[in-house]
Design a protein around this ligand. Sequence first.
Ligand SMILES: [Mg+2]
Length: 181
Amino acid sequence: MMWKKFLPNDFVPSVRDISPEYLKKREIQGIITDLDNTLVEWDRPLATPDVRSWMENMKAHGIRVVIVSNNSKKRVFAFADPLNVPFVCRAKKPLGKSFRKALEILDLPKEKVAVVGDQLLTDIYGGNRSGFFTILVVPVAQSDGFMTKINRMIERKLFRWFEKKGLFPWKEGVRGKSVDL
Ligand SMILES: [Mg+2]
């Protein structure tokens, strides 16, 4: 069923809810994470102290992290370099190529890697069709770049449909108003 590829394996309010314990329970040792509106607001150039300590905590627990973003090299490099985190930019998610590249960087079997992101159409769909465990987060900001705005319109329809089918047990306040459910 096509629509199943848009459904995440799990959903959490924020990347901060993805702890080493959470990952250990699921036997996950690596993370492929989106950048814009997943780690920080799409228009915030640098990591917040929060994100920085999340990254450091992951490293301290032996969890490998790679950033995979559809955004430009300029944007992704400026964000990832100070954190000393590897990245794939201009990723063209949901296409599979960048996920394969990220997996090479992580040097882990696919079964031990989770894809994290704020969008169903790029992060979750891409992660699912490449065979990863997928985790959806609430977008950090309620605003989006131009292309994402278009994706959100389709996403809202998917959310409504999932809700109607009882497939997506979002609780009020978890997803919040960010997608106008
Ligand atoms: Mg994003």
